[in-house]
Design a protein around this ligand. Structure first.
Ligand code: SAJ
Length: 397
């Protein structure tokens, strides 16, 4: 079978290279010439364990090539970004451009799959619509389905094969065709539904997580006021056999959990009060942390504030949409003290000169832990004596 994967990012490239090693004939398509050339040299442009090995072996075996333009294929997989505009309206132009790009190559009997996280209805009203506008019969002989990914960055290659997958077609024949395709390389269960249900399932998974994190964050504010240790509270409450409270943090980062609920809210603003409230709680947390720092800084004439971590979550090098970056930027702007920053997973940063953990701690009056990287969890309370610690992750016991 020949496959054409449009979009070679965090999802497209692992999917394309995995299919390449499974013996499919894969063409990966991207708009960036740099990405295309990097992959054709058997190298990669994103950080993900073992992905470089998979790309090298599928390129060397001749099963994976990269190009700026699509070609005729049995299966087309769209894995392009679905960003959000500031007014919280989804931006579907990448999906529209990708669909238009494949139209000249789609033939009767082909399968088109949208993997990008999308607002409810996108598979039919955007992808299938554009195919129909270009003369393809999506009721009779071109199959269109949505199959969202749920892989965890850092574990993508394992989860791409092991996770259960939800497959939803715009009609039953599309669902069947897509399910058969995924069953040829997924070891998890392939669960069949329709396209809108598959789209909303993905959004629901992440919205569920956002609401639960908001619950933890709200409890952390209440505990601070009541003088209760939030980390003990959650540890004790979770001993209940059916309670599983997630962890508070300095806010919610990344381009998934903080974004996907807005897709649901955009489709039903009237009924999504809880989802909006959760977004507001999580997006307020950085402000609350800065207030905490201001309170402690007031005790000093000109304190040195050591900020530990910039990434959006533990043990990754991804700073996109990171609450830690928001907080550090604001602390610098408010000139609450001398800011030193330690981020072990990033070599250089355009705005901050990063220092080692020892350097950060030695000069600090206030230590602000923003990310629970494994290096910081190794710290003991005795490493921080006489310093004021604000631990937004409960990383240091
Ligand atoms: N966070 C907390 N407290 C927690 C868990 C997370 O504050 O208890 C914060 C993290 O620090 C981070 C943000 O939330 O800033 C998101 O963290 P995450 O662990 O959810 O990581 P993501 O966004 O990389 O992955 C999520 C996963 N979705 C779910 O767990 C339901 C992943 O499976 C999805 O594939 C991914 O979103 C995605 O691409 O949608």
């Amino acid at each position: 079978k020949s496959i054409c994967v449009i979009g070679l990012g965090y999802i497209g490239l692992p999917t394309a290279s995995l299919l390449g090693t499974k013996g499919f004939d894969v063409l990966g398509v991207d708009v960036s010439e740099k990405v295309v050339n990097t992959i054709n040299e058997g190298k990669i442009h994103i950080v993900e364990p073992d992905l470089d090995i998979l790309v090298k072996s599928s390129v060397n075996a001749g099963n994976l090539k990269a190009s700026l333009t699509p070609r005729e294929s049995d299966v087309f997989v769209l894995a392009v970004p679905t960003p959000f505009r500031d007014n919280h309206e989804p931006d579907l132009h990448y999906i529209e451009e990708a669909t238009k790009a494949i139209c000249p190559y789609v033939k009767p009997g082909n399968l088109v799959i949208l993997e990008s996280t999308s607002p409810v209805g996108t598979t039919d009203t955007t992808v299938a619509r554009i195919l129909r506008e270009h003369g393809h019969d999506t009721e009779k002989d071109v199959f269109v389905a949505h199959c969202p990914e749920r892989v965890l960055p850092g574990r993508i290659l394992v989860e791409l094969v092991e996770n259960d997958r939800i497959v939803g077609g715009i009609n039953p024949q599309s669902t069947n065709c897509a399910a058969e395709f995924y069953r040829s390389f997924v070891r998890g269960e392939v669960l069949e539904t329709n396209a809108v249900t598959a789209e909303l399932t993905k959004l629901t998974e992440n919205a569920f997580r956002d609401v639960n994190i908001a619950f933890a964050n709200e409890m952390s504010l209440i505990c601070d006021k009541l003088g209760v240790n939030i980390w003990d509270l959650i540890r004790l409450a979770n001993r209940h056999p059916r309670v599983n409270i997630l962890q508070p943090g300095p806010g919610v980062g990344g381009h998934c959990i903080a974004v996907d609920p807005w897709f649901i809210i955009a489709s039903d603003r009237e009924n999504s009060g809880l989802l909006q409230a959760a977004r507001n709680v999580n997006d307020f947390k950085p402000t609350w942390v800065i207030e905490k720092v201001r309170e402690k800084a007031a005790k000093f004439k000109h304190p040195t504030i050591a900020c530990l971590g910039l990434a959006f979550k533990a043990d990754v090098d991804d700073l996109r949409e990171s609450p830690a970056v928001k907080i550090v930027n604001e602390l610098r702007k408010q000139e609450l003290g001398d800011i030193v920053v330690c981020e072990p997973n990033v070599k250089k940063h355009p705005e901050y000169d990063l220092v080692s953990l020892d350097e950060a701690l030695s000069s600090a009056d206030i230590v602000l832990l923003l990310v629970d990287h494994r290096e910081f969890k190794a710290l003991k309370a005795s490493d921080l004596n006489e310093k004021i610690l604000i631990d937004t992750r409960g990383a240091i016991r």
